[in-house]
Write a protein that binds this ligand. Structure first.
Ligand code: PGA
Length: 252
């Protein structure tokens, strides 16, 4: 019922030429894939060139971040409308690296979700607990705060443009993924929580991605879980040989 989505977050990697080369490889490698939404998020400077390279393919473009104002004196920032102008259909919002390194709050992230959806783009809202929070049995409290505050004031209608990515911080870039059971437990919790916020029907249709050390050899098991609707992939999205098998995970 929910169409799987696999997104590659290229983070701060690749020159324009390298990004275009990877886009070319992906475009060729997924030509026959029709049952998965595929998204890539290059650095801002490569967006337009990658968008051009992906023309004629089903791979969509995403920004890795945005600022929640359309224009103005905000040196160094990029707005959702400019991301749209560069060819993006998605924007990643609230990634744990932005929360931690750039001290982004739930309230600020909420403004971004609003700005992104108001522009007609899809927001991929990332949530996740740290290892310390998990060990202290605070996982569900932390996620409840991140979801409730991050989605404050978002209508059920706007929720159609929201995708949630559950990314336990301890699993990002560590090679240590959540087990399928651990991830499914959280995804199931998130879907119930989202049901309370926006109604069971909307929550049923909402895609919840798992992120954190997703690789070709664990994708099948993770993505076959009932409430896991795809993946947000970092390290393994930087090479076509690693990313394509994840896109081609065995569908449920
Ligand atoms: P990873 O990163 O796949 O390298 O763990 C995931 C992410 O940060 O989105």
């Amino acid at each position: 019922m929910r169409r799987p989505l696999v997104a590659g977050n290229w983070k701060l990697h690749k020159t324009i030429a390298e990004a275009v080369a990877l886009a070319d490889e992906l475009k060729e490698g997924i030509a026959d894939v029709t049952d998965v939404d595929i998204v890539v998020a290059p650095v801002f400077t490569a967006l337009a060139a990658v968008g051009k390279a992906l023309e004629g393919s089903s791979i969509a473009l995403a920004g890795q971040n945005c600022y929640p104002e359309a224009k103005g004196a905000f040196t160094g920032e990029v707005s959702p409308s400019l991301l749209k102008d560069a060819g993006c259909r998605y924007v990643i919002v609230g990634h744990s690296e932005r929360r931690r390194i750039f001290t982004e709050s739930d309230a600020f992230i909420n403004l971004k979700v609003k700005a992104v959806t108001a522009e007609g783009l899809n927001a991929i809202l990332c949530v996740g607990e740290t290892l310390e929070e998990r060990n202290d049995e605070k996982t569900f409290d932390i996620l409840t705060d991140q979801i409730k505050n991050g989605l404050q004031g978002i209508s059920a209608e706007m929720m159609r443009q929201v995708i949630i990515a559950y990314e336990p911080v301890w699993a990002i870039g560590t090679g240590r993924n959540a087990t399928p059971a651990q991830a499914q437990e959280v995804h199931c919790f998130l879907r119930r929580l989202l049901g309370e916020i926006c109604g069971a029907n909307t929550a049923d249709q909402l895609r919840i991605l798992y992120g954190g050390s997703v690789k070709a050899d664990n994708a099948d098991e993770l993505l076959s879980q009932r409430d896991i609707d795809g993946a947000l992939v970092g390290g393994a999205s930087l090479r076509a040989a690693d990313f394509l098998p994840i896109v081609r995970h065995r569908l449920k």
